[in-house]
Design a protein around this ligand. Sequence first.
Ligand code: CMP
Length: 154
Amino acid sequence: MERTFIILKADCLLRGMIGEVISRFEKKGLKIVAVKMMKLDDEILNKHYAHHAGKPFFKRLVEFMVLAPVVCLVLEGKGAVSVVRKMSGVTNSREAEPGTIRGDLSLSMQSNIIHASDSLETAKKEIKLYFKDGELFNYDLPIYKFQYANDELE
Ligand code: CMP
């Protein structure tokens, strides 16, 4: 099963939306493999957002990401990376479709509630950056046999 990484950002925590967002992923059937509340710093953000370094919004983005603690999760499921990206909606919340997390809960490009890995390769890197091996949990969800067809579980 595929794993992806999300950050519930400062605006999500400060607006009291952590439960709302996690609940959407639970209802979808994604398995929570890891959860951690963290205060981010320049060191981890420079690595995480290295591809945005030098862009006009970079300094503002880092300031926003350290405004309050964030909640990081690893979610598991069939096609988890693309499912979670679709559920999150496009980066600019004003353009995000209704029904998506950003489309329903935010009006901002920067304060857009959630970060979600954009590919399987990125997810692997981001999970390693934020979590130690022992912080990821393997456990059975008996409900999987009702959630997926047999061939989807192979
Ligand atoms: P995220 O998916 O975490 O990836 C980079 C973040 O930078 C993005 O969500 C936004 O929070 C923030 N951001 C602010 N301005 C921009 C912009 N002009 N383009 C892309 N991302 C932006």
